[in-house]
Design a protein around this ligand. Structure first.
Ligand code: ADP
Length: 277
């Protein structure tokens, strides 16, 4: 369940981030089929909590959050939003609206200038060192420009995350092929990023983001560099991941695309968050 308060409504009520004047129920989006395989059973098992490695899905609440960069106008003003496990949310708005900033606040790359961000009831401003690292491990991030390591193959790029998180060799070998298959790259595991199309690179970056089965996936303009077919494939993969319980937040400036789907959409305008429809 996703809720926001309009800035006006919220101004008078302090802890109102937890009240819900607007509620959205995601409906199944029709007409999008991608040539990628179903979510593999291993990931389904993990998502169902059968793996001891899977942390609980976070509940997220932003309360009166503002962000101003040094020497700049406020990028975000008085953002109030709650997200529950299993939500799928699009955030739209023109370039420079503050979409990336919102995601950066969620994964701790930037700090809010004002307000509080709670993940599972914990204010992330109070997290340091290992505890912040643990939080980041629970969040997969996909970027518009992929951010793959150019000197590593697809398999190495994806496995790298698991190595860094201390997964055993056996577990890496279990997760890698099923995750690559899910994004349709099982036959391109040994390719380098420069040998892949843009759509394939983005699918590799999604594999990297989800191979550790994070309960929250943030995708920052994941379709921004892709043509229509590739964009649909990427959205389809995100939908499949959401269908196994992963909470997904996607930023995009592609308003026709979000209109063609039936997911909740919020819009950033003038640094504030509004209902899109
Ligand atoms: P979007 O993702 O919607 O394109 P951003 O969140 O990247 O927007 O940027 C929102 C605003 O914050 C823009 O005015 C941008 O110039 C500014 N901004 C983003 N990152 C920084 C930064 N590191 N330093 C200063 N200003 C920034």
């Amino acid at each position: 369940m996703i809720s926001i308060l309009s800035p006006k409504a919220h101004a008078k009520s302090a802890p109102a981030a937890f009240r819900m004047p607007f509620q959205f129920r995601p409906k199944a989006a029709a007409g999008l089929e991608a040539p990628v395989s179903a979510v593999p059973q291993q990931l389904l098992d993990d998502a169902a909590g059968q793996s001891s490695q899977l942390p609980a899905a976070p509940e997220i609440a932003l309360s009166h959050v503002s962000k101003a960069y040094a020497n700049g106008a406020p990028a975000l003003l008085d953002i109030n939003l709650t997200l529950k496990k299993g939500d799928f949310l699009f955030i739209t708005g023109p370039s420079g609206a503050g979409k990336s900033t919102l995601l950066k606040l969620l994964y701790g790359q930037e700090k809010a200038t004002e307000g509080n961000i709670f993940i599972n009831g914990q204010d992330i401003a109070n997290l340091r060192g290992n505890r912040l690292a643990m939080l980041r491990r629970r969040i997969g991030v996909v970027f518009q420009d992929y951010k793959l390591i150019p000197t590593r193959t697809v398999a190495e790029n994806v496995a790298f995350v698991l190595h860094a998180q201390g997964f055993s060799r056996k577990e890496i070998n279990r997760r890698l092929p099923v995750t690559l298959k899910m994004v349709g790259l099982q036959n391109k595991a040994d390719r380098f990023p420069s040998q892949l199309s843009g759509g394939e690179q983005q699918r590799a970056s999604i594999a990297r983001a989800v191979v550790g089965t994070p309960p929250l996936l943030l995708a920052d303009e994941p379709t921004g560099n892709l043509d229509g077919d590739n964009a649909r494939q990427v959205i389809n993969i995100l939908r499949k991941l959401n269908s196994i319980g992963i909470t997904v937040v996607v930023t995009t400036h592609d308003e026709p695309m979000v209109r063609s789907l039936s997911y909740p959409v919020l819009q950033i305008r003038g640094s504030r968050l509004y209902n899109f429809r």
